[in-house]
Each structure stands twice: as structure tokens, then as C-alpha cells.
Design a protein around this ligand. Structure first.
Ligand SMILES: *[C@@H]1O[C@H](CO)[C@@H](O)[C@H](O)[C@H]1NC(C)=O
Ligand SMILES: *[C@@H]1O[C@H](CO)[C@@H](O)[C@H](O)[C@H]1NC(C)=O
Ligand SMILES: *[C@@H]1O[C@H](CO)[C@@H](O)[C@H](O)[C@H]1NC(C)=O
Ligand SMILES: *[C@@H]1O[C@H](CO)[C@@H](O)[C@H](O)[C@H]1NC(C)=O
Ligand SMILES: *[C@@H]1O[C@H](CO)[C@@H](O)[C@H](O)[C@H]1NC(C)=O
Ligand SMILES: *[C@@H]1O[C@H](CO)[C@@H](O)[C@H](O)[C@H]1NC(C)=O
Ligand SMILES: *[C@@H]1O[C@H](CO)[C@@H](O)[C@H](O)[C@H]1NC(C)=O
Ligand SMILES: *[C@@H]1O[C@H](CO)[C@@H](O)[C@H](O)[C@H]1NC(C)=O
Ligand SMILES: *[C@@H]1O[C@H](CO)[C@@H](O)[C@H](O)[C@H]1NC(C)=O
Length: 584
């Protein structure tokens, strides 16, 4: 009887036990609820059932007759077992919905389960717990996730060491040390530790980093540490919060595409940081938004660039691409719209069809090239042959300026009475000008006349001449006052009456031209024809062409008539001898 009763009892117990364990509502493992702690530090694990999942808190559940039980599965084990709460010094203890570790050790790592039950009701949940060792030479372990707080720039902020309340009695004042990236905050600029808080006086971007607080206190004669790390992230000041700014499309840029090619328009928008704001950007084609684009040729691509100098701010670029664009589609309305909580900006891209530009450019380039080539050729021809061209023109179309001007001579030659110059004038000049070109020269040779007196005769000869040819040489400036007076008379005549023109022929270069003001002046105004010795002797040469151009236009008549008369007979002989030489 007794045995059967015991058996029945056993049976009932096993059945109820099996039933209850089978009926337990297992919510599985909540891996999001990972708790991490450092080896040797106090930790509390709160049963998640009372945090987010239950309508009731622990005290109401407890008073309803429900009991909370803890189990754990050690790391690398697969057997769930009860937690030993009878360890020395009460290292692990239960307090309402909390499981305390004073302190937690490395081999406490595992999966923990809390179960709430009465005879008819059972509910359980599991969560992981990880105990870590601090990294060598560090105040933290890089494997422990840090909480993130966001501080606006140029603002004051207060950083509070999290999750410390309840660890020690309220009358205990713990020692708190603050570290930035594991360097003790001591005399830091703008950051002031005040117990459990770290005061930021002016938040700057460079203050971003891992801030660690280590709270030390004694409990029951044993020292304990609490290590907490917060990652401080900076964000642009709310003073800089703006509606979006559209960079492209804009009113200035026109997009040109060839029909049949690819249309490609970027929409670039700058979004400043706005707390709790969305950043929307989208294309519309003829009012149709991106979600309604069905054409396979249409592609939209987005890329984001962060503003390094302004944390939280970014530029979003959304590119619209359409392959094989048709001329009709190029007339469509392509509008980009950007939005945040502070405003909306919308702009239509200026799109145009590009027509035949490449051919047009080649033609233009060819035309320009040809024109340039012709201009260069013309300039070269002009520089090399201009004398010939002028002479040719004069010979064929020039009007004889000697007819009816009442003048007798073509050229009056003024020169220094010096053996060398005399030979040049009487033989070379006269030979070519009279015999080749058919001009009538007047060479008034009066060396014997007393210097400084210019006779009426000389003046009247100059007046009767069309050109005054001045042969410049050092002797011309120095000695021959006669020559200089002829020169001055000619200059006056030219300046006052304009009926004689001066031709300057530099026979030999003069160094101190300053001596004769008039000569210097004349040289600066008139062009000088330079005699280059032997090189200039050939009658078809440049010297003679230049001289010919300066001489009057005249129909060639070989009337050889000279005004020269010589007071010294030897000169006459000399001259005849040489002019014969030239003519032969
Ligand atoms: C639990 O609930 C009771 C009443 O429902 C309330 O008085 C008590 O403060 C709650 N406790 C906690 C820790 O929320
Ligand atoms: C955990 O490790 C400690 C030594 O660090 C040891 O005393 C203790 O027994 C271990 N606990 C278990 C459950 O293995
Ligand atoms: C906890 O359980 C999950 C599976 O439920 C397992 O993947 C994980 O490794 C366990 N964690 C530990 C520390 O044993
Ligand atoms: C067990 O708890 C549930 C939920 O609170 C309750 O509905 C039920 O009546 C309880 N059962 C007993 C036997 O107390
Ligand atoms: C902050 O700590 C995390 C690990 O918790 C690490 O990855 C990161 O590099 C640290 N940042 C700085 C600025 O030290
Ligand atoms: C507490 O942390 C300090 C370093 O901040 C260390 O020197 C000390 O040994 C730690 N104490 C315990 C009990 O871990
Ligand atoms: C952002 O706004 C939320 C409320 O919407 C506020 O709690 C938070 O402090 C603000 N953050 C900053 C950095 O201003
Ligand atoms: C183009 O479309 C936008 C909206 O999609 C509209 O606001 C705008 O007026 C249109 N422009 C023209 C020229 O029709
Ligand atoms: C989108 O843009 C990214 C980078 O800008 C580029 O690597 C990718 O190929 C683009 N995709 C398309 C479909 O154009």
C-alpha cells in the first residue's frame, strides 16, 4: 500500500514535472542582449523578462506567487545547470530580478537563462554574458563595445559615467578617473572631470574619441573597479542646420547630348546635419517619380561623400542615365528634388540636343588654318618682295609726278666734299641714277667757294629739285658747312613749303649724331637707306630698289642732263674717267 502510494506519487511528480517542463514557454536566446564586463569587476544581470517583455514588473509577479529561477550554460558546455549561489563571500547572489556578480570572473562567460514560473505557468529567456580581460597596456579591451554619444560642435556638453548607480551605497563617494583613449584626463583643454561627469566646455571635432571612466570604491573591505567606455562623436552644430542646397542642376549649366547617345545628368545636393532628419533626393521625368520608371534604359545611381570638416554633413550625388536617348526624350522635363525636415529644393536640368558639332569644329579649324597659312605666306611675300611690288606698280600704274610741277631736276645731291664721298656720288650714284634709272641729277660741286656762304644760286637749284638726297657720313657732320647748309635749306623747304622731299642715304654711319640736331630729327622721322659697301654696288640690289622707291615716279627718258659744274678741272677728269667705267 505504502509502496503503491509512493509509486503513484512518483509517477504524478514525474508527469507534472515533464508536463511543466514541456509547457514552459521558451522565448529562446536574445543575442541582442549581450552583456559584457571586465574580469574582476562587479556586474549585475537583469532578467530581460521584466524589461521589455512583460506587462508586470518583478514585484507584481512575485506577489502573484511566481518564482524567478536562474540557470546557465558555461562556455563550451551544452548542459544547462542551476547557478550556485552558495559560493564563498556571496560572489554570486540573487536580488529580485537581478543576478549579482561581486565580482565577475572570466569563466562566468556563458549563456544565462531566467525562468518565471508557478505550477501552471512557465516562461523563460536566455541571453549571453561575456567576461573580458583588459588588453595589455590598455584601460579597455577593444572587444568591448562602447556606447556612442553625439555632441554638437561649439557647444557645452556633459558626459556622465553610465551604469554606476546601485553598485555601491549612496553614502559612499567613489574615486573616478577619466581617460581619453586611455590617457588620463588631467589638465585637458576644454574638458573638466567633475566626479562621475566630464564637462566639455566647448566641443571641438578633435575631441572625438573613446572616453573611459574608472570608478573605484570599497565594499566590505574589498576594493572594486567599474570601467565604462563611451565613444564621443561630434556632429555639426544645430546653428548650421539648413535646408538642402542643390549644386547641380543649376540655372547656369546646360547639358547637351547627341540623340542616340547617353543622357547623363548628376543631381548633387549638400545636406547639412539636421538632428533627426531624413535626407531625400529624387529625380522626376515629366512629373513621374523614380519608383515609376519602368524603362530598362533608365538608370539611377547614388553616391555619398561625407563633409570631413563638418561632421554629419554630406553631399549626395544621384546620377540619372538614359541610354539611346531620342530627340523627343531630350525635350522632357528632368527635375531633381531634395528634401530634409527644414525644406525642399527642386530644379529642372537644362537639357539640349547637341547637333553636328564635331564636323562644324573640324571645318572651322580647317578654315582658320588655311586663312592663317595664307596670311603667313602673304606676310613673307610682302617682306621679301615689297620693293619689287612697289616698283612694279609704279612702272605700270604710277602717274608721272614730274610733269607740270615746274621743276627742272629730279635729285639734288648734298654730300661732304671728301675724296671718298665724291667718288661715291660722282661715279656710283650718278652712274646708276642717270644711266640706269634716267633721272636728272644736280650735283653742285663748289669746294672752292668760301665756307658758310650759301649763294642764291645753290638755293635756286635746291628749289628746282624734286628730291634732296643727303649722303650722310662722318665728314658730312664735321667739315662741309656748305653741305650742312644745303641740308638745312632742304629741311626748311620740306617743312615750310612741302615741295621737296628728303632722302637720307647713310654712306658711313655717324657716331655723334647729337652734334647736328636737324640730322638727328630727320633720321628719326625719315627712313634711312643704308649703303653697305661692295654688297650694295650691284644695280639690281636692294639699296638701289629702296632708293628708286624714294625717288619720284617718272617715265624713263634717258635725257642725261646735269647741273654739275666744277670749279676744279681735275675733278672733271676724275669724274669722266669713272662714269665711263660705269656705263660700259
Ligand atoms: C512595479 O509595479 C508596481 C505597481 O504595479 C509599482 O508600484 C512599482 O513601483 C513597480 N516597480 C518597478 C520597479 O517598476
Ligand atoms: C572559475 O575560475 C576560478 C579561478 O579563476 C575558479 O576558482 C573557479 O572554480 C572557476 N569556476 C568554475 C565554475 O569553473
Ligand atoms: C550561447 O548559445 C548560443 C546558441 O544558442 C551559442 O551559439 C553561443 O556560443 C553560446 N554562448 C556561449 C558563451 O556559450
Ligand atoms: C500562475 O500564473 C499565471 C499568470 O500570472 C496565472 O494566470 C495563474 O493563475 C497562476 N497559477 C497559479 C496556480 O497560481
Ligand atoms: C575606440 O574604441 C574602439 C573599440 O571599442 C576602437 O575600435 C576605436 O578605434 C577607438 N577609437 C579611438 C579614437 O581610439
Ligand atoms: C582598479 O583600477 C586601477 C586602475 O585604474 C588599478 O590600478 C587597480 O588595480 C584596479 N583595482 C581592482 C580591484 O581591479
Ligand atoms: C536630437 O533631437 C532629439 C529629440 O528629437 C534630442 O533628444 C537630442 O538631444 C537631439 N540631439 C542633438 C545632438 O541635438
Ligand atoms: C517640370 O516638372 C516639375 C515637377 O516635376 C515642375 O515643378 C516644373 O514646373 C516642370 N517644368 C516645366 C517647364 O514644365
Ligand atoms: C554607381 O556608382 C558607383 C560609384 O559611383 C559605380 O561604381 C557603379 O558602377 C555605378 N553603377 C551604375 C549602374 O552605374
Amino acid at each position: 500500500m505504502k509502496i503503491s502510494f509512493l509509486l503513484i506519487c512518483l509517477l504524478v511528480l514525474t508527469v507534472t514535472r515533464d508536463c511543466t517542463s514541456e509547457r514552459c514557454d521558451d522565448w529562446g536566446e536574445d543575442t541582442r542582449k549581450l552583456t559584457q564586463a571586465y574580469d574582476g569587476e562587479p556586474v549585475r544581470l537583469r532578467c530581460p523578462l521584466f524589461e521589455d517583455y512583460l506587462k508586470h514588473n518583478y514585484s507584481t509577479a512575485h506577489s502573484a506567487g511566481l518564482t524567478l529561477m536562474w540557470y546557465w550554460t558555461g562556455k563550451g558546455k551544452d548542459l544547462e545547470e542551476p547557478i550556485n549561489i552558495r559560493l564563498p563571500d556571496n560572489r554570486i547572489s540573487k536580488d529580485k530580478d537581478i543576478l549579482w556578480f561581486r565580482p565577475a570572473l572570466l569563466n562566468d562567460t556563458g549563456n544565462y537563462t531566467c525562468m518565471l514560473r508557478n505550477t501552471t505557468f512557465c516562461l523563460k529567456i536566455a541571453f549571453p554574458f561575456e567576461v573580458l580581460k583588459k588588453d595589455a597596456d590598455s584601460c579597455v579591451s577593444i572587444n568591448k563595445a562602447a556606447e556612442v554619444v553625439i555632441f554638437p560642435l561649439q557647444d557645452t556638453a556633459l558626459l556622465t559615467c553610465p551604469d554606476t548607480t546601485g553598485y555601491y551605497p549612496t553614502d559612499v563617494t567613489p574615486t573616478v578617473n577619466w581617460y581619453m583613449n586611455c590617457i588620463l584626463v588631467d589638465g585637458f583643454v576644454d574638458r573638466d572631470p567633475k566626479g562621475l561627469s566630464l564637462q566639455f566646455i566647448n566641443v571641438l571635432q578633435k575631441y572625438e574619441g573613446n572616453y573611459t571612466c574608472i570608478v573605484s570604491y570599497d565594499e566590505n573591505g574589498r576594493p572594486y573597479n567599474l570601467t565604462r567606455t563611451i565613444y564621443v562623436k561630434t556632429i555639426a552644430s544645430h546653428l548650421q542646420a539648413r535646408p538642402p542646397v542643390m549644386i547641380t542642376p543649376n540655372d547656369k549649366q546646360t547639358f547637351e547630348f547627341i540623340a542616340g547617345g547617353e543622357l547623363h545628368i548628376p543631381c548633387e545636393v549638400y545636406f547639412s546635419y539636421v538632428n533627426n532628419s531624413y535626407t531625400d533626393i529624387g529625380w522626376r521625368i515629366n512629373g513621374k517619380s523614380e519608383g515609376d520608371f519602368t524603362d530598362q534604359r533608365v538608370l539611377v545611381n547614388e553616391s555619398v561623400t561625407l563633409d570631413m570638416g563638418n561632421p554629419g554633413a554630406k553631399t549626395i550625388k544621384k546620377e540619372l542615365r538614359i541610354k539611346n536617348i531620342t530627340p523627343d526624350e531630350l525635350k522632357h522635363n528632368y527635375t531633381c528634388t531634395a528634401k530634409n525636415t527644414l525644406g525642399v529644393v527642386s530644379r529642372q536640368a537644362l537639357v539640349k540636343e547637341k547637333v553636328g558639332t564635331p564636323r562644324y569644329i573640324t571645318e572651322l579649324a580647317c578654315g582658320l588654318g588655311a586663312t592663317l597659312f595664307l596670311v603667313v605666306c602673304f606676310v613673307i611675300v610682302y617682306h621679301v618682295y615689297w620693293l619689287e611690288m612697289v616698283l612694279f606698280y609704279r612702272a605700270h600704274f604710277g602717274t608721272d609726278e614730274t610733269i607740270g610741277d615746274g621743276k627742272e631736276y629730279d635729285v639734288y645731291v648734298s654730300y661732304a666734299r671728301n675724296a671718298e664721298e665724291e667718288e661715291f656720288v660722282l661715279v656710283t650714284l650718278r652712274g646708276v641714277l642717270e644711266n640706269e634709272f634716267g633721272y636728272k641729277l644736280c650735283i653742285f660741286d663748289r669746294d672752292s667757294l668760301p665756307g658758310g656762304i650759301i649763294t642764291d644760286e645753290t638755293l635756286s637749284f635746291i628749289k628746282k629739285s624734286r628730291r634732296l638726297l643727303v649722303v650722310i657720313s662722318p665728314s658730312y657732320v664735321h667739315q662741309g658747312t656748305q653741305a650742312l647748309l644745303e641740308f638745312k635749306a632742304g629741311l626748311d623747304n620740306m617743312a615750310l613749303q612741302g615741295n621737296i622731299q628728303l632722302i637720307l642715304v647713310e654712306f658711313k654711319s655717324v657716331k655723334n649724331k647729337e652734334k647736328v640736331k636737324e640730322l638727328k630729327l630727320a633720321q628719326s622721322v625719315l627712313s634711312v637707306i643704308k649703303w653697305k659697301g661692295e654688297k650694295s654696288k650691284y644695280p639690281g640690289g636692294r639699296f638701289w630698289k629702296q632708293l628708286h622707291v624714294a625717288l619720284p615716279v617718272k617715265n624713263t627718258s634717258s635725257a642725261k642732263n646735269s647741273c654739275s659744274f666744277h670749279m676744279i678741272p681735275q675733278n672733271l677728269e676724275f669724274e669722266t674717267e669713272f662714269s665711263n667705267n660705269v656705263t660700259t
